[in-house]
Write a protein that binds this ligand. Structure first.
Ligand code: NAD
Length: 468
């Protein structure tokens, strides 16, 4: 029987990062993956969607180039060429991950793994053969999550699709209805809206992107509507009927009132479910919570000490960078080093148009904790660089403790929000105060100045807007 120090089940951004780090720490490591390394993130999630989003953004911008004095003639898009380009990126990255595993000494095995004892897994390979492998120091569960299907909208891969199909469309539908006004629904819905699809968003709750600063969300909402999109909140998609012309008549219930919307394609984006079934957890008594997550302690351990859980499987937020960070920490723990999950915040980036990015508490969350807050805000409309980029929608918002002015949260909607939020995350990690941000010289002319000004605004000292 093959024996390793550690076995990692799943080669996504949690699992492969953990395996690479284990290899770097000279632990004999095996990573088992049943599909392609890179998981959802590289194969059909983060990276492919960001390629399409970048293409959509460029396409959108081309249409307004005339204002800048640039004539571009007719602008066309070719979904086939775009898909080929996107697939090339995915191939390069998955190949890169394989190379990194190898060069760091971690073995990769293709197959489906199941736990059979606290330190053994059974791997079923493509040819049906089964191999049992031992891990002397730990087994890391990094199996990720899968798209949730609604019974009345069973995926057919053509007209009723999930995110996996939505990043691979080789034809842009004339009309697209998105069920779920969350991250995936808005990111991908806006891509196809930019390429000309009439977009309808149906969200069950009273707000889109629930939990995200709603001032930020409103900016995105307005953009969707300005492009002709329709948003229904407090609305549930009940079912659909296929029409003679091939279109779909989707029945929705808006606060008790029935409505029918005709569309060509339905994107179901109502969340992801942790992959905790079928991996043998019951064989060893690993705890699974009501929602299917496998909870872990600060060291990444489940209730069975030799078994670790990481990423989407271990609990929300379901974000690649959270999974990767947990992977690194667990690798250190397995190698016997002092390490634990002790971050101040997990920043989030939502690639709508414009982008939204957040770190730490919203003003409402801070107030709910009994903290009085002062909020500083600076609009991109008042920033020279944003004007020069023709991207003036949005703002930077800095939430501070009213008494101490310690930074509690940062919320950005606007150009490059996803890049700028790292400064907010650093501020929170370093327990910075508004003046730390405001007194740091930010180069001019840059979008980052909005950060400095928002922090100064929280202190009543912004220069380029009126302080109230
Ligand atoms: P989500 O939880 O972000 O949004 C799902 C939305 O669907 C919610 O607003 C929910 O209220 C709504 N909903 C649920 N059932 C419904 C119904 N029957 N009718 C209408 N609306 C309904 O989930 P998602 O967008 O599918 O994304 C899945 C996960 O992937 C999330 O956890 C997200 O964090 C992650 N993700 C993150 C990013 C990013 O960070 N940029 C990008 C993509 C996905």
């Amino acid at each position: 029987m093959k024996t390793y120090d550690a076995i990692v089940i799943g080669g996504g951004p949690g699992g492969y990062v953990c395996a690479i780090r284990l290899g770097q720490l000279k632990q004999k490591t095996l990573c088992i993956e049943k599909e392609e390394v890179g998981g959802v993130c590289l194969n059909w999630g983060c990276i492919p969607s960001k390629a399409l989003i970048a293409a959509a953004h460029t396409y959108e911008k081309m249409h307004s180039m005339g204002t800048m004095g640039i004539k571009v003639g007719s602008v066309e898009h070719d979904p086939n060429a775009m898909q080929d380009w996107k697939e090339g990126i995915v191939k390069r990255l998955t190949g890169g991950v394989r190379g990194l595993l190898k060069s760091n000494g971690a073995d990769l095995m293709a197959g489906t793994a199941k736990i059979v004892s606290p330190n053994r897994v059974e791997v079923t390979k493509a040819d049906g053969s089964v191999e049992t492998i031992e891990a002397t120091k730990g087994i890391v569960l990094a199996t990720g999550s899968s798209t949730i299907e609604i019974p009345s909208f069973k995926f057919d891969g053509k007209q009723i699709i999930g995110a996996k199909e939505a990043v691979s469309l080789r034809e842009v539908p004339k009309r697209m209805l998105v069920i779920g006004g969350g991250v995936i629904g808005l990111e991908l819905g806006m891509v196809y809206q930019a390429f000309g699809a009439e977009l309808v968003v149906v969200e069950a709750l009273p707000t889109l992107l629930t939990g995200v600063d709603q001032d930020c969300v409103k900016v995105v909402e307005r953009r969707i509507q300005k492009r002709g999109g329709k948003i229904y909140k407090n609305a549930k998609a009940m079912g659909y009927e296929k029409q003679a012309d091939g279109s779909l008549a989707v029945k929705i219930d808006i606060e008790g009132k029935p409505e029918t919307i005709v569309t060509d394609m339905v994107l179901v984006a109502v969340g992801m479910r942790p992959n905790s079934r079928g991996i043998g957890l019951e064989n060893v008594g690993v705890n699974v919570d009501k929602r299917g997550f496998v909870p872990a302690d600060e060291f990444g351990r489940t209730n069975v000490p030799s078994i670790y859980s990481i990423g989407d499987l271990s609990g929300p937020p379901m974000l690649a960078h959270k999974a990767s960070k947990e992977g690194e920490i667990i690798a250190e723990v397995i190698a016997g080093h002092k390490a634990a999950k002790d971050w101040a915040c997990i920043p989030g980036a939502i690639f709508t148009d414009p982008e939204i990015a957040t770190a730490g508490l919203t003003a409402e969350e801070a107030q709910a904790k009994g903290i009085e807050v002062t909020v500083g805000k600076f609009p991109f409309a008042a920033l020279g660089k944003a004007m020069a980029m023709m991207e003036t929608d949005g703002f930077v918002k800095v939430v501070t403790d009213k008494k101490t002015k310690q930074v509690l949260g940062v919320h950005i909607v606007g150009p490059e929000a996803s890049t700028m939020i790292s400064e907010g995350a650093l501020a929170l990690e370093m327990a910075a105060f508004a003046e730390d941000l405001a007194l740091t010289i930010h180069p001019h002319p840059t979008l980052g100045e909005a950060f400095m000004e928002a922090a100064a605004h929280a202190m009543g000292a912004a220069v380029h807007i009126v302080n109230r």
